[in-house]
Design a protein around this ligand. Structure first.
Ligand SMILES: Cc1cc2nc3c(=O)[nH]c(=O)nc-3n(C[C@H](O)[C@H](O)[C@H](O)COP(=O)(O)OP(=O)(O)OC[C@H]3O[C@@H](n4cnc5c(N)ncnc54)[C@H](O)[C@@H]3O)c2cc1C
Length: 407
């Protein structure tokens, strides 16, 4: 006889959500977590503020945000929508929420720990901490039990909520992929996504910490603009990051080996000719003032030496002596600082990853395995991801809902 109706492996966002739903359904369930606390990754989401979802109400609009296997989520989002997520946190967990720029939803307290603690307080009787699942036993197409470092546990149903492989210090070390493969699932190669780029330009180091707001960033492939993003870009010690880069990185995961170019347009709202006219007027009005002392009107101070160097302009040259060619070089740089990307920040810093369990082997109506009868998958282990802005946690909430519904 099995001890439990349901065993949930992993107490991250999706495992915790599945736990509450199992509790509300009156199931006899157990959550097994290898860390000494629950929701380690959940605790660092949204820079510690936990961007729980994105307030998009139209189902098609929501699905279209997921560029990688988004259609797979259609049923899950239909069954457990963004509105259901808001209601769940506000009414079931008593956490007041607020919506910020870009429809991003956060707890009013700005503390992800409020979310983690609310889950834990509801579930502590059902969680085994510091217990690592080492093996999942299968017989005749059915899971018969899980072997942990503390003993064997059995249930009628199992949910694999072990996350992906990014930020491994939080416990998401890709164990679930190994289990899925051992149970007969097909795996696709995994790549980290939603992360910063490493660039060859040494000047990025001098700019580390500087954020450029309202810039347009383009990834260049075969001499053409391949993908673009508008918003903030941050300089790091090794390259460029921030929301624009993170979101572009979902399209570049297989391009690092060859390397590629990224261009930042500092003035995306004005055309080249209009910007040239403005710069011309600025130079004319500034007369004998050195060029380095007037560019503060156009860009953050720390960027001026870099822009001047890239434009091959002498910083001390007086504005009235700048030639037409020099001015055009400057405008060219303002409309497209070029970076040569040769790598990314690595698994340690990526928000999510692509690849893993082939979704064709998972029923999108239940998240149930088509290979093993009593197994479901939830959250990051699914080969689906969305951009930054609350979209990935929404996968965790909705996939858990339909997985528990099916138990
Ligand atoms: C820095 C950062 C910021 C992020 N910010 C946001 C955000 O603001 N909004 C958003 O939507 N998404 C965000 N994400 C993505 C989001 O965190 C994930 O989509 C989400 O955590 C996935 O939940 P999960 O339950 O599938 O996996 P995880 O949260 O990774 O949980 C998996 C759990 O399984 C446990 N586990 C693994 N193997 C075993 C084993 N063998 N035995 C027992 N337990 C095991 C792990 O210890 C872990 O606790 C962010 C990610 C990162 C890295």
């Amino acid at each position: 006889m099995n001890n439990y109706d349901l065993i949930i492996i992993g107490a991250g966002a999706s495992g915790l959500m599945a736990g509450i739903l199992a509790k509300d359904k009156g199931l006899n369930f157990l959550i097994i977590e290898k860390n000494d606390r629950v929701g380690m990754k959940l605790g660092i989401t949204g820079k510690g503020r936990c961007n729980i979802t994105n307030h998009i109400t139209d189902l098609n609009d929501l699905v279209n945000k997921y560029t990688h296997n988004g259609k797979f989520l259609y049923h899950a989002f239909n069954e457990f929508s963004v509105q259901d997520t808001l209601d769940f946190f506000e009414k079931r967990l008593n956490i007041p929420l607020k919506t910020e720029r870009g429809k991003r939803v956060f707890p009013k307290s700005d503390s992800s720990l409020d979310i983690v603690n609310a889950f834990y307080n509801e579930l502590k009787e059902n969680i085994l901490l510091e217990t690592t699942v080492q093996e999942i036993k299968k017989k005749d197409g059915v899971i018969t039990g899980v072997v942990t470092d503390k003993g064997k546990y059995m249930a009628d149903n199992y949910i694999l909520a072990t996350g992906g492989k990014t930020y491994p210090v939080t416990g998401s070390t890709g164990d679930g992929y190994t289990f899925a493969e051992s149970l007969g699932h097909t795996l696709h190669p995994t790549y980290p996504v939603l992360l910063g780029f490493k660039c060859r330009e040494s000047f990025v180091r001098d700019l580390a910490g500087l954020t450029l707001k309202f810039v347009n960033v383009s990834v260049i492939k075969d001499s053409k603009v391949y993908k673009e993003a508008f918003g903030s870009t941050l300089f790091t010690h090794e390259g460029i990051s921030g929301p624009t880069i993170l979101n572009l990185s979902q399209y570049t995961y297989d391009m690092y080996e060859e390397g590629f170019e990224v261009r930042i347009d500092l003035k995306p709202r004005v055309k080249f000719s209009e910007l040239d006219k403005r710069v011309n007027e600025l130079l004319r009005d500034s007369g004998g003032i050195q060029i380095k002392n007037v560019l503060g009107y156009l860009m953050p101070k720390s960027l001026i030496p870099v822009v001047l160097e890239l434009s091959l302009l002498i910083p001390e040259k007086e504005c009235c002596n700048i030639t037409r060619e020099e001015r055009l070089r400057l405008v060219n740089v303002l409309k497209g600082i070029s970076f040569r990307v040769y790598g990314h920040e690595g698994w340690e810093r990526a928000v999510v990853n692509t690849g893993g369990v082939d979704i064709r082997e998972i029923d999108p109506n239940t998240m149930g395995s088509k290979v093993v009868k009593n197994l479901s998958f939830t959250g990051d282990i699914l080969d689906v991801f969305g951009p930054t802005g609350g979209f990935n946690l929404q996968i965790a909430w909705s996939s858990s809902f339909i997985a528990v519904e099916g138990v």
